[in-house]
Write a protein that binds this ligand. Structure first.
Ligand SMILES: Cc1cc2nc3c(=O)[nH]c(=O)nc-3n(C[C@H](O)[C@H](O)[C@H](O)COP(=O)(O)OP(=O)(O)OC[C@H]3O[C@@H](n4cnc5c(N)ncnc54)[C@H](O)[C@@H]3O)c2cc1C
Length: 381
């Protein structure tokens, strides 16, 4: 494995950092308070090329390899303080754009991927239902073929970007008795008959990333909007979850780096007992622990991206990286608050927001418990 970056890649990361610092950090505290979706910033990211990085130029992308794309997302997480914006973009890239790119027809790629890369469309991914979460393939949403259409009925929940999306990947079963063999993917546009979106679901963190239910009430979906073959939905879902686990946390790495620098500055300037608090080993050690977590996370992320690039698959390593990075980010957010004392608990210092945003990482794309189950399976347990 060779993780050395060439000058072009490093210049790209620098340009993302400069772009994000200049364009994406306005009034983040206020946006978090009101839960406002940063639509302008979303479009600016697309104009810069973020949503299109790993996708071919033919579809409005940049055609960067996956390692370079991870470096870009790392830079974005370092410089952009709005984790909700970053999360929403990542959710679209890995669980909407990637499955359309990998399993869609040429027409579907032309019609949807291009607009998603360019920020003309926003996309969402609906798998979770009120009664099926971790056990995703026990879903109840049905799809019945009627001539040149499918008719979909059911409810999806906890859908990121739901309230603001133009296009949705939705999974339904064509035959519940077949369990995962019946699961099928569909691409739905927001104005298809019988399709609706609930009001926003309020949440603890990632508040600028809107979330909702999707309501399918005799929703008419043309056959040409099926994603892949009938019964291929479980494979498509697993594939996109592996991509998501590999890539969605790259920005956390940048966030970890930003937070360490903030903590070092505070530890050197905040004085108690006539000396900088960084002189106290129990404070310094917390920063050291944050550094160890960041460097470990860095190696895991780069390794998983390298595996995806060189071998196409990274099942166990994706689960390992997702598990470790998400839990490390929560621990580091807690350490950062502790190092800042009471100020760390205030909104103004922007560390409590990081903590609220971080907790979700142990839940989406499969909970930490599910990641452990996956790893145990790879270990033959
Ligand atoms: C911020 C955020 C964004 C999300 N975005 C989307 C989205 O865009 N699209 C979408 O479809 N979904 C989305 N989700 C939903 C997410 O995928 C689910 O929350 C997740 O899969 C867990 O399902 P659940 O919430 O129903 O919990 P449950 O499956 O009910 O789990 C509850 C608890 O039981 C544990 N548990 C369950 N089964 C097992 C097991 N076999 N072994 C050990 N422990 C187990 C879980 O780990 C958890 O601790 C999002 C969630 C969050 C928090």
């Amino acid at each position: 494995m060779d993780f050395s970056w060439d000058e072009k890649q490093l210049a790209l990361k620098d340009s993302v950092i400069r772009f994000a610092q200049k364009e994406l950090n306005d009034e983040v505290i206020e946006k978090d308070r009101t839960g406002a979706f940063p639509r302008d910033e979303w479009k600016k990211c697309a104009d810069f090329g973020i949503q299109g990085f790993p996708f071919p130029e033919q579809y409005g992308g940049i055609n960067a390899d996956i390692l370079t794309s991870m470096l870009v997302m790392e830079g974005l997480g370092y410089a952009c303080k709005d984790s909700g914006l970053i999360f929403g973009i990542n959710a679209q890239m890995w669980s909407v754009q990637m499955p359309i790119f990998r399993f869609g027809t040429d027409e579907q790629k032309e019609q949807y991927l291009t607009k998603l890369c360019r920020g003309e469309f926003i996309g969402a991914h609906g798998m979770t239902e009120p009664e099926s979460g971790s056990d995703a393939f026990s879903l109840s949403t049905t799809a019945e073929r009627c001539g040149d259409h499918y008719v979909l009925n059911g409810t999806k929940t906890l859908v990121t970007n739901g309230p603001v999306s133009d296009v949705f990947i939705v999974f339904a079963t064509v035959d519940k008795r077949k369990r995962f063999m019946g699961v099928t993917g569909f691409i739905i546009e927001k104005d298809f008959p019988g399709f609706g979106v609930s009001k926003d679901i309020e949440k603890m963190g990632l508040r600028t990333s809107p979330m909702s239910e999707l309501i399918l009430n005799d929703c008419m979906v043309p056959v040409e909007n099926r994603l892949g073959k009938e019964g291929n939905g479980a494979a498509i879902f697993n594939d996109s979850m592996e991509w998501e686990r590999c890539c969605i946390l790259a920005s956390y790495l940048g966030g970890m780096e930003r937070q360490i620098l903030t903590c070092i500055k505070h530890a050197k300037t905040r004085r108690q007992f006539n000396q900088p608090i960084g002189n106290f080993q129990s404070v310094a050690n917390k920063i050291v622990d944050m550094k160890v977590r960041m460097e470990t996370a860095r190696l895991m992320l780069y390794k998983v991206a390298w595996l995806k690039k060189s071998q196409g698959q990274a099942g166990m390593d994706a689960a390992l990286a997702k598990l470790y990075m998400s839990e490390s980010w929560v621990k580091s957010c807690l350490d950062a608050i502790q190092i800042h004392g009471g100020y760390g608990y205030t909104t103004e210092y922007e560390l409590e927001r990081d903590l609220r945003d971080s907790v979700s990482g142990t839940l989406y794309s499969g909970t930490s418990e599910i990641q452990r189950n996956i790893i145990a399976r790879y270990l033959g347990l």
